[in-house]
Design a protein around this ligand. Structure first.
Ligand code: NAD
Ligand code: SER
Length: 311
């Protein structure tokens, strides 16, 4: 029986990915790992280890000793946090990836998932329906690290046959675990503020369109990509995934349809420049053709789910 390790399992994506993979696996097979001392309550039902991805020797020993064959490497600094600490962001976002790619090159790890982001695109990228292959000149340290990571993933696949798979996630919206310092976090915070005090001050301007996705769709896409036959995976850098595209004004209107008294005001900060450098919307025809990707949640459905589940 092969084991799976999720590194960064305590984060926004990791908690829900751990839950989803455990629901489809034998007991004990999905091991959650994070630098945090303790497992988040939501994933306490299964194995948890404290692991720092930057401790290369410890990570190698754990993976080899426990016959880990699949690794989901989620530990990273996100866009807004990375701008405040660029040196450390580069270190964290790159060194961990090499540790896992090398373990796969040596034959210990058989399959890797490592997430990329819409942040790989930059101000010179066509902003509407951004295609899979296009100009990529990211202007944030986060985007630079994700683009470099993509190139290394493709290199390890081409040179060493490493089975590494990746998605350029849009901004992810969820209610089970909070977001970890991204520019798209406003699209989660807004629901919490709408429920708790009926108003929200947005750190992006009202017409800033960004690609977004509900977490259930993102988790389904991740598992679908990882389960796809290797010969259908044409992209070994990272797949575009479109999600839906909306502005702060549009999400506010969607909330107002359910909470008519909700009010939004705008006070853009440093994150506006990050958002302005990213696409408005993304084309994901490669994911559709290669592994039958299909989105399920539109904005109205996301709003309904978020307002229903946030207490
Ligand atoms: P998050 O910040 O919520 O979670 C990251 C987790 O990694 C945290 O639990 C943190 O404790 C852990 N971690 C940090 N340093 C670590 C270390 N040294 N060793 C082990 N664990 C460590 O992030 P997330 O939103 O869940 O994102 C996961 C991945 O997906 C990241 O690579 C991110 O770039 C990517 N991504 C996220 C989004 C999004 O909207 N959430 C969008 C695009 C890409
Ligand atoms: N949601 C992420 C961020 O804003 C995009 O990768 O950083």
């Amino acid at each position: 029986m092969s084991n799976t390790l999720i590194i960064g399992a305590g984060g926004q994506i990791g908690t829900e990915l751990t839950l989803a993979l455990r629901s489809q696996s034998e007991k004990g097979q999905i091991i959650a790992a994070d630098i945090r001392d303790n497992s988040p309550d939501l994933i306490k039902d299964g194995p948890y280890i404290q692991l720092d991805i930057l401790k290369r020797d410890e990570v190698r020993r754990y993976i080899i000793d426990n016959q880990i064959e699949t690794v989901y490497l989620l530990a990273a600094l996100l866009s807004a946090t990375a701008e405040k600490n660029p040196d450390f962001a580069w270190k964290l976002n790159m060194e961990g990836l090499f540790t896992i790619l090398d373990l796969a090159k040596e034959g210990y790890v058989k399959k890797i998932f490592w997430p990329s982001s819409i942040a790989v695109f930059g101000p010179s990228t066509p902003a509407d329906n951004t295609p899979q292959h296009t100009i990529m000149e990211p202007s944030t340290v986060y985007g630079i690290s994700k683009l470099a990571g993509e190139r290394w993933c493709e290199y390890y696949y081409n040179k060493f046959g490493v089975d590494v798979r990746s998605i350029r996630y849009p901004g992810l919206i969820s209610y089970k675990s909070p977001p970890g310092g991204g520019t798209t976090d406003y699209a989660v915070d807004i629901f919490y503020q709408a429920k708790s005090c009926g108003k929200y001050t947005c750190f992006l301007s009202k017409n800033t369109a960004l690609p977004m996705m509900f977490m259930d769709d993102a988790i389904r896409a991740t598992i679908q990509l990882m389960n796809a036959p290797a010969d259908r995976i044409r992209i070994r850098s990272a797949y575009n995934l479109g999600g839906i595209s909306f502005t702060p004004e549009e999400i506010a209107r969607s909330i107002q349809r359910q909470l008519p008294k909700f009010e939004i005001t705008y006070q853009p900060d440093f994150r506006q420049a990050i958002a302005d450098s990213w696409p408005n919307s993304i084309e994901d025809n490669y994911a559709v053709n290669d592994w039958d990707w299909k989105l399920e949640y539109d904005l109205e459905r996301i709003t309904h789910e978020m307002l229903k589940n946030i207490t």
